[in-house]
Design a protein around this ligand. Structure first.
Ligand code: PLP
Length: 391
């Protein structure tokens, strides 16, 4: 029987019932401008500051260290561009990052290179990890910022962020992490983990799309992102996205409570899915290491399969997944993440990411395991690249 299985939670998530419930009043009766003086406006202001407190508490930060943004991408851009603008006049023009960051980081680095900055793109190993030793060796007196993602969005590998934070702190270099995929999956404590700046996004944790936040440690100077009104402590003018910020606060509170139990539950589904696929489908391989891995991330390559064709066949069967393959992204190059871990082009093109969360069930995993082998067999039967071999 056909089911609908949403297994693309790394792309976006559904708004949860508690988040929706918290937001609804602010779409209708509580419509005040947070900057207005009368009680309707003051109520709105209070709601935003409550969301800020919840976001801060979830990271062990203080509310004054949280800036709300319009997305995770915006938080990433702001962290990098502001830091370099502040530190360039002090002779610091060097950034250290990895070669498998999200494009919000990589393309911002490219932009900064065109402005005269130097960027070191640390290679990750074949399992998809970077080490604190690599970071330490790359730091120079010119280094302004180290930016390394907490967890990779394609292959789910979790980086040794506390250890990297310590290296940066000891060297006196600012440390930013794109934690969009990690929030809600890994316990985050910006104090204990020596994180100076951190980006997060609402729609990956059951809040609406188009809202995010940047944590900035107290004392770090920020260049205004948007000149205008006094919102976000004068740094990002524009009337706040009240409803979505209320949603983000609730989502942060829920995402960062009970992580170990939720992660264990999702990881069990993930492991069933990985083991089932690898044992049922010949010539398949898992991308990214198994140990330090996001609880919901499955990323598997299939020889002689084209990723986009695979996604379309899965969609016909009611399964939503994603691929590191070409066309949809408007480019012929396969995913830079899969290239970074050393996959050959033709293998990278046949990759499938299934990202689970706490809304997925054993029945979802059963259904994927029933459906996927037949889809792969069908595609391989049509592929000129597929050479059937003995099992
Ligand atoms: C989704 C994602 C982003 C971008 O967040 P948006 O809110 O969609 O702009 C940045 N980094 C990572 C790792 C992501 O997964």
């Amino acid at each position: 029987m056909k089911r609908f299985v949403y297994a693309d939670n790394a792309a976006t998530t559904q708004i949860s019932d508690p988040v929706l419930g918290a937001m609804l009043p602010y779409l209708k009766e509580h419509y005040g401008n947070p900057s207005s003086i009368y009680s309707l406006g003051r109520d709105a202001r209070r709601a935003i500051e409550t969301a800020r407190q919840k976001t801060a508490a979830a990271l062990n930060a203080s509310p004054a260290e949280i800036y709300f943004t319009g997305s995770g991408t915006e938080a990433d851009n702001w962290a990098l561009k502001s830091t370099l603008e502040v530190l360039l006049p002090k002779g610091k023009n060097h950034i250290i990052t990895t070669n498998f960051e999200h494009h919000a980081i990589l393309h911002t680095c490219k932009h900064l290179e065109r402005q005269g900055c130097k960027v070191t793109y640390l290679p990750v190993n074949q399992e998809g990890y970077v080490t604190p030793e690599q970071v330490k060796a790359a730091i120079t007196p010119e280094t302004a910022l180290v930016t390394i993602m907490y967890a990779n969005n394609e292959i789910g590998t979790i980086q040794p962020i506390p250890e990297i934070g310590k290296v940066c702190r000891e060297a006196g270099v600012l440390f930013h992490t794109d934690a969009v995929q990690a929030v809600g999956n890994v316990p985050i404590d910006v104090e204990a983990q020596c994180i100076d700046m951190l980006s997060l996004s609402g729609h990956k944790i059951h809040a609406p799309k188009g809202v995010g936040a940047l944590y900035v440690r107290k004392g770090i100077r920020m260049v205004n992102l948007l000149d205008g009104g006094a919102q976000e402590r004068n740094h990002r003018g524009g009337t706040e996205n009240l409803t979505s910020l209320v949603g983000l606060g609730t989502a942060m509170e829920n995402a960062c409570a009970g992580i170990p139990e939720r992660a264990a539950r999702v990881a069990r589904l993930r492991d069933r899915l990985i083991d089932g696929i690898l044992s049922e489908i010949p010539c398949s391989r898992l991308n990214g290491g198994r140990e330090q891995r996001l609880p919901g991330n499955v990323n598997i390559s299939f020889e002689a399969v084209e990723g986009e064709a695979l996604l379309l066949r899965l969609d016909m069967n009611g399964i939503c997944g994603s691929s590191g393959s070409a066309c949809t992204s408007g480019s012929l190059d396969p995913s830079h993440v899969l290239m970074a871990i050393g996959l050959p082009h033709e293998i990278a093109h046949g990759s499938l990411r299934l990202s689970l969360n706490e809304y997925n069930t054993d029945e979802d995993v059963d259904y994927i395991l029933q459906t996927l082998p037949g889809v792969i067999q069908y595609l391989r039967a049509m592929s000129p690249l597929w050479k059937p071999r003995e099992a």
